[in-house]
Design a protein around this ligand. Structure first.
Ligand code: 7TS
Length: 416
């Protein structure tokens, strides 16, 4: 490649960043260096997150919101400080608006099962888009089945962009909730969510943003967006698995019935009447994932210290570089060519099944995801059974994009 293409110059010291991620130096498949390009599935964790979780278990472990003893107070303090970190990261108004969940999937199910069950009835409509992850399809199908309401799907064009005119046409006084991704995990498309939220509100509906692929790559300001709910997973933004966030506007969360019963969501219980706790605890039944929440805050601190805009610029550089190099491969077609994309590249290779691409790349130490990416209706829309997907994070390099290209040439040697 030319020297010009190798130059990144996006202000991110990637060598330094890579030293923070111990797993990146671990050889795989008999001594090959790891090229990790499956970041849309989950990101690797920096030492700062791992160390924080170890410190929690070494020095602070106790249950939260329960004891008066030293450790319980320490754990509660760390847990609640993490809520403040999340609040600041997405610019929510108040800690009450930050509910900790198991992840994005649980956040969407929580809204469907509480707000949805109370507010959506027979004949009402819910609008999503054609590029949603299964987690933003199935909870709404379940609700529609129970309530006799209808799920409407906004179509996408051949680039994988939501057709805004068609989206708008689906909105009506029957629309109760409009739910869509900030960015698509399968195509990378970044939706014009500000505009879509505005259109939904104009129709009198409330909005939920699936931010699983938003928070890791894009600046998120929930007040500026004016979304009613925003949900994301810690593990896709360098934090631990099993933890996530549901942001909701206080007035809406307040009016919602609780979901799961038990533990922290209760103020007082008698066999005659149980009183529920205040926000956000009303939605946090049972002992929470304390370590996960504390690890999430460490991850967000890590991202903040680098700067999400700096990370985004680097990822955009990788996206454009890798796209250009991949398109040089004979018979490779990129699925998802939106003008605005996060650092996700889905592709098919003529004459080779995506699963075989994944296997042969893996033999070379290159981790990509192959399959339907939990977006089966989307695969149908683009008339492919599956794709290969390379997704880039802040620690990836142009050299790794080159490794991917070289790896794909080997795949072609085997199959053609
Ligand atoms: N929404 C989107 C847009 C996602 O990308 C994912 C996970 C989810 C929801 C669900 O998140 P979870 O943390 O609750 O599981 N996406 C992927 C992926 O692309 N490969 O593996 C998981």
């Amino acid at each position: 490649m030319t020297a010009v293409l190798q130059q990144t110059n996006t202000g991110l010291d990637v060598d330094r960043i890579r030293r923070d991620f111990p797993i990146l130096t671990q050889p795989v498949r008999g001594g090959r260096p790891l090229v990790y390009l499956d970041n849309a599935a989950t990101t690797q964790k920096p030492r700062q997150v791992i160390d924080r979780i170890v410190r929690y278990y070494t020095e602070e472990n106790a249950n939260v919101h329960r004891g008066v003893h030293y450790l319980s107070e320490t754990a509660t303090d760390s847990y609640e400080k993490s809520r403040t970190t999340v609040k600041r990261f997405i610019n929510a108004r108040d800690e009450k608006e930050i509910v900790f969940t198991r992840g994005t999937t649980e956040g969407i199910n929580l809204v469907a099962q509480t707000w949805g069950r109370r507010n959506v009835g027979a004949g009402d409509e819910i609008v999503i888009t054609a590029i949603e992850h299964h987690s933003n399809i199935v909870p709404w199908q379940m609700l529609c089945e129970e309530k006799g309401s209808r799920l409407l799907i906004a179509p996408v064009n051949d680039s994988g962009e939501v057709i805004l005119d068609e989206f708008e046409k689906l909105l009506s006084p029957r629309t109760k909730i409009v739910s869509f991704g900030h960015a698509s995990n399968a195509l990378g498309t970044i939706n014009p969510i500000g505009k879509m939220i505005g259109l939904a509100h104009a129709a009198g509906a409330i909005t939920l943003i699936d931010g699983a692929q938003g928070v890791p790559h894009l600046h998120v300001d929930v007040r500026d967006l004016d979304c009613d709910f925003y949900t994301f997973s810690a593990h896709k933004v360098y934090g631990p698995t099993g933890t996530g966030v549901l942001y909701g506007k206080e007035s809406i969360l307040d009016a919602m019935p609780p979901w799961q019963g038990g533990g922290d969501m209760i103020l007082s219980v008698s066999f005659e009447k149980t009183t529920y706790n205040a926000l956000p605890y009303k939605f946090e039944a049972g002992t929470p994932n304390i370590e996960g929440v504390i690890g999430l805050a460490a991850a967000l601190d890590y991202v903040s210290a680098i700067g999400i805009d700096t990370i985004a610029a680097h990822e955009q550089d990788l996206l454009h570089y890798a796209t250009k190099r991949l398109l040089e491969i004979d018979g490779l077609r990129i699925i998802g060519t939106a003008a605005e994309k996060a650092s996700v590249i889905s592709f098919v290779l003529e004459g080779v099944h995506p699963h075989d691409i994944g296997t042969i790349l893996d033999e070379q130490g290159i981790a990509v995801r192959t399959g339907h990416h939990c977006a089966q209706p989307l695969m149908l829309r683009f008339n492919v059974p599956a794709t290969g997907r390379a997704s880039f994070a802040m620690y990836n390099t142009r050299d790794e994009a080159d490794e991917l290209v070289a790896g794909l040439h080997k795949v072609i040697e085997v199959f053609r």
